[in-house]
Each structure stands twice: as structure tokens, then as C-alpha cells.
Ligand binder design. Structure first.
Ligand code: NI
Length: 177
């Protein structure tokens, strides 16, 4: 188990285009996934992309359990997704608040496709093919953006809707994502 340092916005390693990850039982991949799991859980994040711990591979993990503080939040099954591709379904966008472990203490209102299909592979090399919408779709788009060197502030259309979490949402004790 290893909790890794999460790179913060401003680090040029977060701006790289990640390369396809090796698969089929690659021991290094298993180790990277273990570190990503440990790091995301330690920070109580909703998702983490390999570039955020300095690994330039197309690997993301995400998942949101039920949380008594947010009874209406959708549950997103814990997923390890390797070499993903996203295909938006329709052109409808929806604004929603996002945070990021690489942009700690802040939130911004970000437009994302409401519905999309994502494909890729799990840690055992088995294909993943899901069609999702709303919050699940948002989380995947946020994480896969990291693989293309994009942090969510670049997606904000109205920068008045970007600020410190404790100022925007006082008293809510929101985690960094
Ligand atoms: Ni992020």
C-alpha cells in the first residue's frame, strides 16, 4: 500500500497527453492501480487519474458510495478503467459543480455531456462498455479529461462560477474530489 502525492494545478505533468497503458497482467499496472486506490481512499476522492500521481498512462479510477450527508447523490460503482474512450450520446450539456484533488479547496461550475458511452478495460483486461448519464457521466468526463491534460477550470464557461468551496458552500464541509 502506498499513498502517493497528488500533483497540483501548475505542475506541467498534469498537462501532458497520457499514453496507452500496458495491460494483460502487467505487474507495474497492478502496482499503479493499488497506489491509485490507496491515494483516492485516503483523500476521500470521487475519482483519480494516473497523471495526478505522475504516471503518464491512460488509467482512471472512480466511484462514489452512498453518503449520509448527500442522500440524493447518485451512487457510481467503483470502477478501474484502462485506455478509455468516450462517445457522447446526443449534444445536451448540463452544468454541475466539480472539484478536483489537483485543485484543492475549490469548486467550479462545468458543462458536461449529460449522456455518454464509455469503453475500455478493467484490471484483468476484460472489456468495459457502459452507457451512463448525469453524475456518473460527469465523473467519467472529468477523469478522462485528466488523460488529455485538461483540468476542469479550463472547462468553466463563466469564471464567476469558480471559487473556494468553503465560501461557495459554507458549512457543507465538502471534500475535494
Ligand atoms: Ni480531477
Amino acid at each position: 500500500m502506498a499513498i502517493r502525492e497528488v500533483l497540483k494545478m501548475g505542475d506541467p505533468r498534469l498537462l501532458r497527453i497520457a499514453v496507452p497503458a500496458p495491460m494483460l497482467g502487467n505487474p507495474e499496472l497492478a502496482s499503479v492501480l493499488q497506489d491509485m486506490r490507496d491515494t483516492m481512499r485516503d483523500l476521500n476522492g470521487a475519482g483519480l487519474a494516473a497523471p495526478q500521481i505522475g504516471i503518464n498512462w491512460r488509467v482512471v479510477i472512480f466511484g462514489v458510495d452512498s453518503n449520509p450527508r448527500y442522500p440524493d447523490a447518485e451512487i457510481v460503482p467503483y470502477t478501474e478503467l484502462i485506455n478509455p474512450t468516450l462517445t457522447p450520446i446526443g449534444s445536451e450539456l448540463e452544468d454541475g459543480w466539480e472539484g478536483c484533488l489537483s485543485v484543492p479547496g475549490m469548486r467550479g461550475l462545468v458543462p458536461r455531456y449529460l449522456k455518454l458511452r464509455y469503453q475500455g478495460f478493467d484490471a484483468q483486461g476484460q472489456p468495459i462498455d457502459r452507457t451512463v448519464h448525469n453524475f456518473h457521466a460527469r465523473v467519467v468526463q472529468h477523469e478522462v479529461d485528466h488523460l488529455d491534460g485538461i483540468l476542469y477550470p479550463r472547462r468553466i464557461r463563466d469564471l464567476t462560477q469558480f471559487g473556494f468551496t468553503d465560501v461557495l458552500f459554507p458549512g457543507q464541509e465538502l471534500d475535494d474530489d
